[in-house]
Design a protein around this ligand. Structure first.
Ligand SMILES: *Cc1c(COP(=O)(O)O)cnc(C)c1O
Length: 497
């Protein structure tokens, strides 16, 4: 297997090269040359393995240039009980008749991004060694909250790497800010930017592509790489938990091998649901992939009409990790759906960059309708869903997972489809305590962030994740606040250049 670019099918590189490069020079994203298959027998056998073993088994199909020992080194270091609060790594909760919640947030930062960002540093440093790059890898991240912390936690003290995270000074929750500014590790840097997320992102992008800085880095035996979800090294680990979830359902006799399931995913950048699409096309029997959005419903509109149009109002919601109008990973789906027609992708994404809009062909619209369903809900419906599920099932959802549950309830009602269904749950309710408490108690809480966490424990009965409890007494290490113009100098200073 090799990897090609969605904007140039002629590119032919190994998985290690794709992981190190992050994004193709032509602006396209790397995809494997084919989707490897997994048989039902293989899936059933995974049921008897640990999560790390399941991961190694599936990775071997994608990282064909890695040795077995290299893959095992990565999976064993990432998926263990020192890093995750549960031996199972991902937990599955039976919510109501035939509906399961796949809890992907038992990692160190309490969001599903840990599932990929705990292993990415190992995949990346192993890849660097494999292709004989003798350089330090410098990771730059712009974050609106969850990715930054998960990347910091993943890369902290990983030899041969250095990481710098930029976040909008007034654009993250108090808990997220505290998570980042108290980060330990000798190779980490965290800095607030006076501006919004786009300012942070633009700064990082311009540093990435600055030829002068690149040359200077090269002279100092360093290079940039990316930890966001355009990197294949972040997507591949996400395929695993869908296959693993199916194996668990069979093992627990909730379904019979071969039965179809639906998968519901609260979606932003389209990475998580694309991983479910890959799992389906490898061999997991899936009826519908259900894409759930908040009020920023650009994806619901796209899936139902075939028109992608980002020229619309941007809303700030209580599910902030889904507040996004450009879903990068959609490019990979469309590349697969249009028969790997790179010219077509260049046309659509050129038009997205230029006019903020494109419309796919009838053929693709039909494929989207066949494989996907989509829906959205607003903040009030999200809160009402948290309250309803809490009252009815004593289960506490976070704001993102609640969007998925609501969209699924609407889907089930309008279609009458009673196929057993797995709903991806992407964050611990403790990470969004204020909104979750408001939903359950019916009014905004006046407590401080940590008192809210304690109150939520009284209501939910769930253990407070140690990593969040520790923040209360953890010392703040990073106080820098800079303007967007100062980002470049900040990076150079951190690298002592
Ligand atoms: C990142 C994130 C999402 C969106 O996932 P995508 O892969 O970008 O679609 C949903 N929920 C939470 C809590 C997240 O952190």
């Amino acid at each position: 297997m090799y990897y090609k670019s969605t904007r140039n099918s002629g590119v032919k590189i190994t998985s290690a090269e794709a992981i190190v490069q992050g994004i193709s020079e032509d602006g396209g994203l790397f995809v494997p040359s084919e989707i490897p298959s997994i048989t039902m027998d293989e899936i059933v056998r995974l049921g008897d393995m640990s999560y790390a073993e399941r991961a190694a088994y599936v990775f071997a199909k994608y990282l064909t240039d890695f040795t077995e020992a290299e893959i095992r080194y990565c999976t064993e270091n990432a998926y263990n009980d020192k890093k995750f609060a549960t031996d199972n790594i991902a937990e599955m909760s039976h919510l109501f008749d035939g509906t399961y919640i796949l809890e992907l947030w038992h990692g160190p930062t309490c969001a599903f991004k840990d599932m990929a960002l705990q292993i990415l540093p190992y995949l990346l440093t192993t890849s660097v060694k494999k292709i004989n790059i003798n350089k330090k890898i410098v990771i730059l991240v712009a974050t609106s909250g969850d990715t930054g912390k998960a990347a910091l936690e993943g890369f902290a003290d990983v030899p041969g790497t250095q990481i710098m995270v930029f976040y909008p000074e007034d654009g993250v929750s108090p808990m997220q800010k505290r998570q980042m500014t108290t980060q330990s590790g000798e190779n980490v840097g965290v800095c607030a930017v006076e501006g919004n997320f786009d300012d942070c992102q633009n700064g990082v992008k311009s540093i990435f592509t600055n030829e002068e800085i690149k040359t200077e880095l090269d002279r100092n035996k360093m290079m940039f790489s990316s930890a966001n979800s355009i990197n294949w090294g972040r997507l591949a680990p996400q395929i695993i938990y869908y296959i693993s979830a199916y194996a668990t359902l069979v093992k627990d006799e909730e379904i019979k091998a071969g039965d179809k399931i639906n998968i519901v995913v609260p979606t932003g950048n389209f990475g998580n649901i694309l991983a479910a699409y890959y799992a389906k096309h490898m061999g997991v029997p899936v009826n519908k992939l259900i894409c759930a959005s908040n009020t920023n419903k650009v994806l619901t509109d796209f899936i139902t009409t075939g028109v992608y149009d980002r020229n619309r109002q941007f809303f700030t919601t209580i599910s902030p990790s889904m507040d996004i109008l450009i879903s990068s990973n959609l490019e990979r789906l469309l590349y697969l759906m249009c028969g790997e027609n790179d010219a077509q992708i260049r046309e659509w994404f050129g038009s997205l960059a230029k006019d903020g809009r494109y419309e796919v062909t009838h053929e693709i619209k039909a494929k989207l309708a066949e494989e996907f369903a989509a829906g959205y809900c607003d903040d009030n419906e999200t809160k009402a869903t948290i309250k309803k599920i809490y009252d009815k099932y004593s289960y506490t959802l976070d704001t993102h997972s609640a969007v998925a549950v609501k969209v699924y309830e609407d889907y089930r009602q309008s279609t009458g489809d009673i196929t057993k269904t797995v709903i991806a749950s992407t964050a611990s309710p403790y990470k969004f305590s204020a909104s979750v408490l408001e939903a359950i108690e019916g009014k905004a809480s006046s407590l401080d962030e940590f008192a809210m966490v304690d109150r939520l424990k009284e209501l939910s009965g769930y253990d407070i994740p140690t990593s969040l409890a520790e923040l209360k007494t953890k010392e703040r290490r990073f106080n820098d606040v800079i303007t967007k113009e100062q980002q470049k100098d900040y990076v150079l200073k951190q690298l002592s250049m």
